[in-house]
Design a protein around this ligand. Structure first.
Ligand code: G6P
Length: 614
């Protein structure tokens, strides 16, 4: 949800900022803007509605010389996408510029008060209030920008990552965070700041993850300084980035999404590495080994997540119940947080989040911790908020996911949940050593089997041409294939804008069957598992209503092949591993359909990858 970048140094400020915005575009692309402090002391502001490339076009004939600057790419919350609502926002006198990611909840109150003092507003955003408030405090108290920012933030209710720059002090940027991410990169005589590390990694690997309530004072020729809102010094913890620049490029693929789909054999290998040992006989998850008592005494597991991560969570329920016999509930984090949850210290809450920053999931984590539950994170982005706020956790280690539609993170999450379930089952004795060994043997083979599934791409590309103009799709599955159906439908909706519904196959006869006709394709996920015969019946029910059927089946399948219009064969694996194998053809199907429709698969309309607002 909105990305911010800032830079002070001798490099080309405009280039650093715009490149950074491109890297953060997955966070929103409704508008982009940049504020540059020129060597002649002017503060130049350029904004454009739409993607960062529009801003670049707009800037072609502008004065881009700068000593420092801040920039923003927006996902609109308050006020429509427009030039006037684009950040940066300016103070009344045009001397201070500010970019913001987050939501100022009490902005109306602050706005009314400022209006009474003669402030005029030029946008409908909550953000503009903040810059006007900073200016008001600065003028009335005759204080520094740092002091004005600190005082203003004390009055703010809500979430923010901000960067502020002042015309009269071109060698300083003030930045601060509360609940929205902010990373500072420390280079050689240059300093960067950004919503995540992707704009920074090509310049320096030394980063500081700002904590809630910290304010950073970034000066051209001085070391970084961190203070709290009371101006007390805070410790600076410099970390080394593990990310590499090649992970942020398309690597010859036309889209990040396709690259990320094809990366899955490697990302799954990274995810498994060091966790399945002794040729698969043992599963080692440090977060579990370090907290054995918690997992031995657990009476319930509650999984909280949003979007695709919630689908992984639903699979987590099947996996954990099967292997550990602990009852599991799965909740949308956005509902859980307002459901007056009842938890205690024998509950384990698992928060799943690719970005580690989703506001609702983070709020769910806070509630769970307050109630004494043991909170375990499953995240991808190292150093993000959820891993920091949880008691323990496991990274999925699939590398940066740039495509807005999640693919490799989903399979990484499912793989981690499979290993977690097996490790807990191993610990509690609900899985026998032979069962662990059998599963471990297959987990090790999964990356190669995924390579084989990816070999279906040409067949799926061809198939996609037949269905590109379908207006509705039904995705059906049972057991482990039901969350896969939900995820398949979500992928199609997200990037092709075709209406698609995922449903438990047996429930279809209680409603959705009414809409099946020759115009309505059904994608049926039917690997050879213990519900196979049941789903054959469901396939027949669709067929007898003239619906066309695309079926994902296990190699060698005979029965469904007879009934389906198209079959995609995937290798045989134990039932609990089928979701990783069967979800990949669905990722490819949605990708190719969206491409046929000439949609922007990496940046689908209205969506953002990291949802840091409620
Ligand atoms: C957004 C993204 C989804 C993602 C969801 C949860 O809606 O577009 O791809 O699944 O947020 O994000 P998280 O980072 O918490 O997994």
């Amino acid at each position: 949800m909105c990305g911010i970048v800032g830079y002070i140094g001798d490099g080309n400020v405009y280039d650093v900022l715009v490149k950074g915005l491109h890297r953060l575009e997955y966070r929103g692309y409704d508008s982009a803007g940049i504020a540059l402090v020129a060597p002649d002391g002017r503060l130049n502001l350029y904004k454009a509605k739409g993607k960062v490339s529009n801003l670049e076009d707009y800037c072609r004939d502008k004065d881009l010389r700068a000593k420092a600057g801040i920039a923003h790419t927006r996902w609109a919350t308050h006020g429509e996408p427009s030039d006037s609502n684009a950040h940066p926002h300016f103070s009344q006198d045009g001397r201070i510029a500010l970019v913001h990611n987050g939501t100022i909840e009490n902005y109306k109150l602050l706005k009314d008060a400022l209006k009474q003092h003669g402030c005029t507003f030029h946008s409908e955003t909550d953000t503009e209030v903040l810059v006007q408030l900073i200016e008001y405090i600065k003028i009335n108290n005759d204080c520094s920008l740092l002091d004005a920012v600190r005082e203003a933030l004390k009055q703010v209710v809500g979430a923010y990552a901000i960067a502020v720059i002042e015309r009269d002090h071109p060698d300083t940027i003030i930045a601060a965070r509360k609940s929205s991410p902010l990373v500072i990169g420390i280079g050689d005589k240059e300093t960067f700041l950004a919503s995540d590390a992707t704009p920074i990694v090509e310049y320096t690997k030394n980063v500081v993850y700002l904590k809630d309530g910290e304010v950073a004072v970034i000066k051209r020729d001085e070391p970084l300084k961190l203070v709290d809102l009371e101006n007390k010094d805070c410790d600076i913890d410099i970390r080394t980035l593990e990310m590499s620049i090649s992970q942020l490029e398309k690597g010859g693929y036309p889209h990040f999404m396709l690259k990320e789909i094809f990366e899955q054999p490697n990302t799954l290998r990274d995810c498994i590495r060091g966790r399945v040992v002794d040729d698969g006989k043992r599963i080692l998850i440090n977060g579990i080994l370090d907290n054995k008592e918690k997992f031995l005494n657990a009476k319930r597991i509650v999984i909280v997540a949003c979007g695709t991560s919630w689908h992984a969570g639903l699979l987590g329920k099947y996996l954990l119940q099967d292997m550990t016999r602990i009852p599991v509930e799965v909740e949308y984090a956005s509902e859980f947080r307002y459901s007056n949850p009842v938890l205690d210290d024998r509950d384990i809450v698992i928060a799943i989040s690719q970005s580690g920053e989703t506001a609702d999931t983070l709020a769910a984590v806070e509630i769970a911790r307050k109630q004494g539950a043991f909170v375990y994170g499953v995240s991808n982005v190292v150093g993000s908020s959820i891993p920091r706020e949880t008691d323990s956790g496991t990274y999925i280690h699939v590398g940066p996911e740039i495509g807005v539609a999640s693919t490799k993170a989903f399979t990484g999450q499912v793989m981690v949940l499979t290993m977690l379930a097996a490790a807990i089952g191993q610990l509690r004795g609900t899985l026998a050593p032979e069962q662990v060994a059998e599963l471990g043997k297959y987990i090790i083979r999964i990356p190669d089997l995924v390579t084989k599934v990816l070999g279906l791409a040409p067949q799926i590309e061809h198939l996609s041409l037949i269905y590109t103009y379908a207006r509705n799709f039904l995705y059906l599955g049972r057991g482990y294939s039901y969350p896969v159906a939900l995820e398949g439908a979500l992928k199609l909706k997200e990037i092709s804008y075709i209406h698609a519904e995922g449903y438990p196959a047996a429930e279809m006869k209680h409603g959705p069957i009414a809409i099946i006709d020759a115009e309505m394709p059904s994608v049926i996920i039917a690997p050879n598992d213990h519900l196979y015969e049941k789903i054959v019946n469901n396939v027949q029910q669709v067929k007898s209503r003239e619906g066309s059927i695309i079926a994902i089946v296990t190699e060698g399948d005979k029965e469904i092949r007879e009934l389906a219009d198209h079959v995609l064969e995937v290798p045989a694996v134990p039932e609990c591993l089928t979701p990783i194998i069967t979800s990949i053809p669905l990722q490819l199907l949605s990708y190719y359909i969206a491409i046929n429709k000439r949609k922007n698969v990496d940046m689908p309309r209205n969506l953002a990858k990291s949802v840091t607002v409620e």
